[in-house]
Design a protein around this ligand. Structure first.
Ligand SMILES: [Zn+2]
Length: 226
């Protein structure tokens, strides 16, 4: 039997309209359909449910405010270990540990708690972004690949064969997480209708990034599971 994980990326208030500091257009519209996947009748599809949570200290280096520039500026960042540099976007302050903005959408939090307390599937929360000096898009590792979260070992411990990704944002954290998942050897799907992008105009480039990195794009769960 194929063992399957549902991975819900960053369904947190700061990424959701109308009040999120880094609200993704129409981000909240996908929440009800994701919640549906956690209903009792649907849970048998998942051996494991993972929810990732962006979880930054207030002075995180991915915040524009730390560099006295406007959000969405591109800046050069240095690898904390090797000194290598690369250009990354800086963001409005978001998902600061313990704040309302870091909380999951309430209806999703509710569903997740029910899964955690129930007997059908196992649910875990994976936090990322908590080391101050580096960006994290992937729930597996920081953007330099230096620090690894427990994500891979959670999938391995639960003997997961394939993972299905949904959430926010399609062109950042979902993409980097799904690509790392595929590269780690798991069969990896992304459900496009259950994601929203920061930059919807670049959707074709984003799709291509998924494809060349071995992630299967589907429009709905029914393409994967009956
Ligand atoms: Zn972040």
């Amino acid at each position: 039997m194929t063992k399957r994980a549902l991975v819900v990326i960053d369904l947190q208030e700061d990424f959701l309209p109308p009040n999120g500091s880094l609200a993704i257009q129409d981000g909240r519209t996908i929440v009800p359909a994701i919640n549906e996947l956690l209903c009792e009748s649907e849970l048998k599809k998942w051996d494991l449910v993972v929810a990732s949570q962006d979880w930054h200290p207030a002075n995180h280096t991915s915040f524009a405010s730390q560099h006295a520039v406007s959000p969405f500026t591109e800046l050069e960042f240095q690898n904390p270990e090797t000194g290598e540099t690369k250009t990354q976007v800086v963001w409005p302050d978001h998902c600061i540990q313990g704040t309302h903005g870091a909380c999951f959408a309430p209806s999703f939090a509710n569903k997740l708690e029910k899964v955690q307390n129930g007997a059908i599937s196992k649910a875990v929360v994976i936090k990322k972004g908590y080391l101050q000096d580096r960006e994290y898009y992937s729930c597996f590792q920081d953007s330099w690949g230096l620090h690894h979260t427990e994500m891979k070992s959670v999938l391995e411990t639960n003997k997961i064969d394939e993972a299905v990704f949904v959430g926010l944002a399609y062109d950042y954290c979902v993409m980097h997480s799904a690509i790392d998942c595929a590269k780690s050897g798991f069969k990896t799907y992304v459900v496009k209708s259950l994601c929203k992008s920061v930059d919807p105009e670049k959707i074709n480039d984003t799709d291509e990034m998924y494809r060349i990195n071995g992630v299967i794009i589907v429009d709905s769960i029914s393409e994967i599971i009956d």
